[in-house]
Design a binder for this molecule. Sequence first.
Ligand code: BJW
Length: 233
Amino acid sequence: MRITILTGAGISADSGIATFRDADGLWENHRVEDVASPAAFRRDPQLVQRFYDLRREAVQQAEPNAAHRALAKLERELGAAHGDDAVTIITQNIDDLHERGGSRNVIHMHGELLSALCTSCEGRHRWKGSLIDGPDCPSCGIATLRPDIVWFGENIYHTEAIYRALEDCDVFAVIGTSGQVYPAAGLAAEAAQRGARTVLLNLESTGGLFDDEQLGPAAEIVPVWVDELLTEI
Ligand code: BJW
């Protein structure tokens, strides 16, 4: 039995992290094209660095919620019976709340806020502080660090691992994402084509074709879903 789970901003909303496209979302005060593309970074690096510095700080104040912890429990319990890779989380989120909630098998397809990428040497470094003052890259010494995040028009990370997790899963669950950003938005349909049962757990219906939909706040509905799944298996 293998379960692959795609998560988005909605799973971290109950930890106090703003989503992108909901009312009062992160981008309400920013045009996406001003902060989340390579062109935006070239045009105004200070604005972009400040935006991510604030979010890096906020993420470190946030705590995993019951939904993150329930997915970790699913991984632990299913892993004990079906092997370490029985549960894979593919997350679009750049926070580290899945890991701090106890999950191990996590793929960050849009990068990580607590990582800095050097555009000179392509080195990656765990980074908790600010980038706005242009610190030197610990590898090459050049001050060209940027947030290690996938912006629009850039290739997603870990494509091979994502498709491996999608190809051989029995259940593909989608939690807390509006399904507006590709290629993430197409993964459930691809898993269904390969024979997986699909389920959406979200605050509201997102209109995709899922075998099952459970609506409500992730911190409430995910623990219930996990417990049901563990009794079924
Ligand atoms: C709750 C809740 C609660 C609230 N409980 N639920 C194919 C077709 C068309 C376009 C493209 C395509 N392929 C590629 C593209 C272009 C582009 C794209 O998709 N554009 C769209 C606008 C159409 N994609 C890309 O550029 C990607 N790269 C790529 O494909 O490379 C190859 C390529 C390039 C160019 C052309 C063709 C191919 C890269 C995408 C990178 C996305 N990066 C971002 C920003 C990261 C930086 C940052 O964080 O600032 O990642 S965009 C942003 O959206 C962020 C998120 O990960 C992503 C998804 O958002 P998410 O998680 O769904 O959040 P929301 O806010 O939208 O939704 C929250 C949901 O939760 C809602 O439904 C709520 O109801 C729910 N919710 N509270 C449960 N308590």
